[in-house]
Write a protein that binds this ligand. Structure first.
Ligand SMILES: Nc1ncnc2c1ncn2[C@@H]1O[C@H](COP(=O)(O)OP(=O)(O)O)[C@@H](O)[C@H]1O
Ligand SMILES: [Mg+2]
Length: 322
């Protein structure tokens, strides 16, 4: 039997809190955006990260990226702790991890032609000759599905979808190993979504990428992720193979999220699992199980004892009564 591959990314008990300040700038509390998350991502896989808006998905991604420093916990990349590196050491790994914002095209400098936009990161981060850079730029341009003629255009001369492709191409010139895609399909028509997902899959293969795919859209996650982690108020409540989690959700929160998905000729949303209201404020996380204030199955124990993730039915679940 071959040993399982070592994870490319491993997060252990990661915490990121933000100070809450009053009008005089004095800290009056903490907002627990990410509140103790552990997970591992295998090389070449796509791990989905789902949950309602505000549950901490982007904060988790940005803390892994080094955009935010962790409050506590460890981040290991290719076996090396990177969460606590000094700035200079951190810079050496920075290129291996890339973060794709919702609209990567929006960050393109409008004064630069595409050719300049794509050569620039290569000039800064590599020692390639001009001819080598030219070859690399053409290869990446083709990989994201843009014709060579687009090199001579300015961002405003491209469609929104083409701008996104240039944004992606810029990231790919750095030859990253891990790419965190944060809501990469939101705001796109369903038909465009499908072609963007196809592009992500193709690029993953061509560039040997590992993805963390953040989305609040469960149907998109289902289409591209083999495993998913469901987050609620800064914590993972269920994590496992997408098929198992979708077919038979075990955490009441996952159940509620899935019940809200529109189905074509499928099951009706039962009253029991309808999610009501907004999640509590992450400044004021409920005691015990943080989902208990919205849980249809809540019991006395849930207020006093925090459920830990435990293996169950081929995934891990944090619920006393799952
Ligand atoms: N830079 C920040 N400063 C203070 N609070 C923040 C900051 N970024 C995010 N938050 C808060 O952290 C929580 C999680 O936000 P976020 O990670 O953006 O959630 P998601 O991406 O799941 O929608 C929210 O309550 C949000 O208001
Ligand atoms: Mg977000």
């Amino acid at each position: 039997m071959s040993a399982p591959a070592a994870p490319l990314l491993e997060i252990v008990d990661l915490v990121r809190h933000f100070p809450v300040r009053n009008a005089f700038g004095r800290r009056v509390g903490w907002l627990r955006a990410v509140d103790g998350v552990s997970l591992a991502v295998q090389p070449g896989e796509t791990l989905g990260l789902v949950g309602e808006s505000g549950c901490g998905k982007s904060t988790l991604g940005k803390t892994v990226m080094g955009i935010y420093t962790p409050t506590a916990g460890d981040i290991r990349f290719a076996g090396r702790e990177i969460g606590w590196l000094a700035k200079r050491e951190r810079r050496a790994v920075a290129k291996d991890l890339q973060y794709v914002y919702q609209d990567p095209g929006a960050s393109l400098d409008p004064r630069w032609k595409v050719v300049h936009l794509l050569h620039e990161p290569l000039k800064i981060h590599t020692a390639l000759s001009r001819a080598e850079r030219e070859r690399e730029v053409l290869a990446i341009l083709a990989a994201v599905g843009l014709p060579d003629a687009h090199l001579d255009l300015y961002p405003h001369e491209l469609s929104g979808g083409q701008q996104r492709r240039v944004g992606l191409a810029r990231i790919l010139t750095l030859r990253p190993r891990l790419v965190i895609l944060d809501e990469p399909t939101s705001g796109l028509d369903v038909s465009v979504q499908a072609s963007v997902l196809k592009l992500f899959r193709g690029l993953q293969e061509a560039f040997a990428l590992t993805y963390v795919f953040i989305s609040h859209d469960l149907s998109v996650v289902r289409a591209i992720c083999a495993r998913i982690a469901v987050m609620y108020l800064g914590k993972i409540v269920e994590l496992g193979p997408t098929v198992a989690v979708f077919e038979r959700p075990r955490h009441p929160y996952t159940h509620s999220l899935l019940a809200a998905l529109p189905r074509i000729g499928g099951r009706r949303v039962t009253q029991e699992f309808a999610l009501e209201g907004e999640p509590p404020n992450p400044r004021d996380v409920p005691s015990g199980c943080r989902f208990r204030t919205r849980c249809p199955h809540v019991q006395a124990r849930c207020a006093v004892e925090e459920p830990l993730l435990r293996p169950l039915d081929g995934r891990t679940v944090a619920c006393h009564f799952a």
